[in-house]
Design a protein around this ligand. Sequence first.
Ligand code: PBG
Length: 322
Amino acid sequence: MNQTAEPRPLRIATRASKLALWQAEHVSALLEAQGSGRPIEIVHITSEGDRDLTSPLSQFGGLGVFTREVQKAVLDGRADLAVHSLKDLPTEPAPGLTLAGIPDRGPLYDVLILPEGSEPIESLADLPEQARIGTGSLRRRAQLLHQRSDLEMLEVRGNVQTRLKKLDSGEYDALCLAEAGMVRLELLAERNWLLLSPPEVYPAVGQGALGIECRDDDTETIEILGAISDPAVRAATTAERSLLSHLRAGCHAPIGSLSRLEENQLTLEAVVLSGDGQERIFVSESGPLEAAAETGIKAAEALLEAGADRLISPGPGSPEAP
Ligand SMILES: NCc1[nH]cc(CCC(=O)O)c1CC(=O)O
């Protein structure tokens, strides 16, 4: 009889898209380096958001369409932790789960990807008149229209690879995506692209960051996830998510934000736009790192004070439809 029991595996639940798998592998490597001594397994989950590739995201599933089934696997005990793109994770906490891990953050901004073989461009002004831009995100749509009201914004669904195929087949003149996803999938080197950064284009709340959840009574996993977290990223994303939840805009709203850290000071910039990009409200609030959530609330209040509630339409949707 063998009395030396193998340590229990630490099971990571993830969607099975290439990007989700990269992110799960990244977390797996962080956990290995952290050295809990437990072997790591990756459990693949199919989400509603991956199954239905035809409807616009705003019209089905709503909030948490990419995260719900991965969360269920942890709640059911099929896995111990769930890895999400933080920007896809609703700010409303899931009962029974806790957001215990927020590790290092990838690139924050969006990029405008050009079809294979196109000439490079240096700014949005270089796009042809009425260029067709593929994006399903109201935030990207509104900010691009704010710069160039002539652009034709077209809905796009499916994973990053599917979208790039549509771009290269001529459906769009350019595609707007997160730099983080493109870098993780090593897809930027092959083509020409333009960085879309603030103040022209603010990223989504939590963009580029990962959120790792576990059961709220699983003290061992909570401790392990704490050890692979980055306090600066946690503070920054806490401010951003606090802003979003206080705007009660877990809905499909054109909201962008950026947090900057300087020594012990956190500055949160935020924009809210009308869907057509005609109206845009900007605020900036600062506070100590430890008061990140309060800084988020202050920014939300300043936006509401300036009339943001008129621009935010209530309704179902995810914090960031892609
Ligand atoms: N909504 C889909 C989604 N969720 C996370 C990423 C990429 C990684 C990130 O932005 O954190 C993407 C693709 C995209 O927006 O281009």
